[in-house]
Design a protein around this ligand. Structure first.
Ligand SMILES: [Ca+2]
Ligand SMILES: [Ca+2]
Ligand SMILES: [Ca+2]
Ligand SMILES: [Ca+2]
Length: 466
């Protein structure tokens, strides 16, 4: 049986990279399975992490099942840019798919820099690289995707906002959907034809709005074609949710839906075979309390949403201004009943009088959708959970429901970016009911003292502005 111990030994082992021998043709790997052994691996991004004493960012990869760990910087062969630039942030946004369909999942990583001439802010030189997986994890093979729009000069002011992998062109191969900002407008780009490492990028520019989150891909209407949702927001104000249904050969026109959120994730919470859209509403213009909002997939797209706050029946805790409940979230099937469940972080929640200690709430899917039944709130004060809540821990700064042990049930990974500030720490729950937990520190991962804020961002990456 693979247990938390296996995960722990992953961190304790040294990385060994055997020579790649692509003998037989393999089936495409699931996203995040970088070494193709059937277990999903973990990636934690540290975009403000220090490289040679200067910021520049890195990504920590933990191969599940005790297969070692890797630290990816911009010095990785083939990756765009150069490590160690004090104004640049590498490793976010990020997502994974087996782009070249060779049986090893690949990792797409963004990079962006602050423009000192624009008074800081994320403003120039965005780039996107794909690092290909192999038998030993992420390999020394990588490519940079052209970011500039070919028919126009590259503008000085460009920002990369979100990046999601999935097939939106209907050819069966994963594409890369990228949202960005340039020349005072938002753009949506679709990189197609990435199978075989080819870079025949198809790029389209679309006006969206300020503050575009990561694109969200799922088959919401259940017709067998992926659909695309994009969230846009303004701090403390209502934003826009746009839905583009998949049509033969691509995506249909955008439809705008009311009541969006700041963060989002996709899964099937009622088990009807249609993907549902789950968004986090850590604040709202009027009520200023957090919630998790569910748009069930329907034959025509997405149903009117329902929002679960901490005032809802069964949901533990009390709504509190500023707790940012729903700031981070992830969707996956924790109990193996065929319906996806949701983990929602509230990193600025107070625990036992400690401000910003942070909590995570687990909500279960049901035939009727997401409900408060059986919901539980997890903190560092919860029995069986290592550590103790302290001011500024930010437990729940990122959450990821991913099956790391291969038993068909999602495991819960929680980031606590303020733990041992500025190191951060990861908590991996292989059981949330009777907590079985392993923690991963920066020392174990070999990135101690490099300002990792480990657990601020986890793959799959969810847009959480900070
Ligand atoms: Ca691959
Ligand atoms: Ca569809
Ligand atoms: Ca559904
Ligand atoms: Ca479930």
């Amino acid at each position: 049986m693979k247990t938390a111990l296996a995960v722990l030994s992953a961190a304790a082992c040294a990385v060994a990279l055997p020579p790649a021998a692509h003998a037989e043709r393999r089936a495409p790997a699931a996203p995040g399975d970088f070494n193709g052994d059937g277990l999903r691996d973990l990636a934690a991004e540290s975009p403000v992490g220090l490289i040679r004493g200067r910021s520049g960012g890195f990504v920590s990869v933990v191969l599940s099942g005790g297969r070692g760990h890797q630290t990816i910087t911009q010095d990785w062969p083939g990756v765009a840019g150069e490590a160690g630039h004090s104004s640049c942030r590498f490793g976010w946004p990020a997502d994974s798919a087996d782009f070249d369909r060779d049986g090893y999942a690949d990792l797409a990583l963004g990079s962006r820099c602050d423009d000192p001439d624009q008074g800081g802010g994320i403003a120039y030189a965005p780039s996107v690289s794909i690092i290909y997986g192999g038998p030993g994890g992420l390999s020394r093979r990588a490519v940079e995707l052209a970011y500039a729009v070919p028919d126009r000069e590259t503008t000085a002011f460009q920002a990369l906002m979100g990046l999601t992998a999935g097939d939106v062109t209907g050819d069966g191969d994963p594409d890369l959907v990228v949202t960005g900002w340039e020349e005072n407008r938002s753009v949506l780009r679709i990189y197609d034809g990435l199978a075989g490492g080819r870079l025949t990028a198809r790029i389209s520019g679309t006006h969206l709005a300020y503050g575009v989150s990561g694109p969200l891909i799922g088959d919401f209407n259940g017709d067998g074609r992926n659909d695309l949702a994009t969230l846009t927001h303004r701090y403390q104000k209502a934003g826009i949710l746009q839905l583009r249904l998949g049509v033969p050969g691509g995506l249909g026109p955008a439809r705008t839906l009311p009541a969006p959120g700041v963060t989002g994730a996709v899964g099937d919470v009622n088990g009807d075979g249609r993907d549902d859209l789950v968004t986090g509403v850590p604040y709202s213009p009027r009520k200023v309390v957090g919630g998790v909002r569910v748009f069930l997939g329907t034959r025509t797209g997405l149903a009117k949403p329902r929002t679960l706050t901490r005032a809802a029946k069964g949901v533990p805790g009390t709504p509190r201004k500023g707790d940012l409940f729903g700031w981070t979230l992830s969707v996956g099937d924790l109990n193996g009943d065929g319906r996806d469940d949701v983990a929602a972080g509230a990193a600025t929640d107070k625990v036992g009088g400690h401000a910003d200690a942070g909590t995570v709430t687990v909500l279960y899917g049901s035939k009727k959708g997401l409900t408060g039944t059986g919901a539980r709130r997890i903190t560092q004060a919860t029995g069986g959970v290592p550590g103790s809540p302290e001011r500024g821990d930010r437990f729940g700064s990122a959450v990821s429901l991913t099956d790391l042990t291969g038993d068909g049930r999602a495991d819960l990974t929680v980031g606590s970016s303020g733990e041992d500030n500025p190191e951060g720490r990861l908590w991996i729950f292989t059981d949330v009911r009777r907590p079985r937990v392993t923690t991963l520190s920066t020392t174990l991962l070999g990135v101690h003292g490099r300002q990792a804020y480990l657990g601020r961002i986890l793959l799959p990456a969810v847009f959480a502005p900070s």
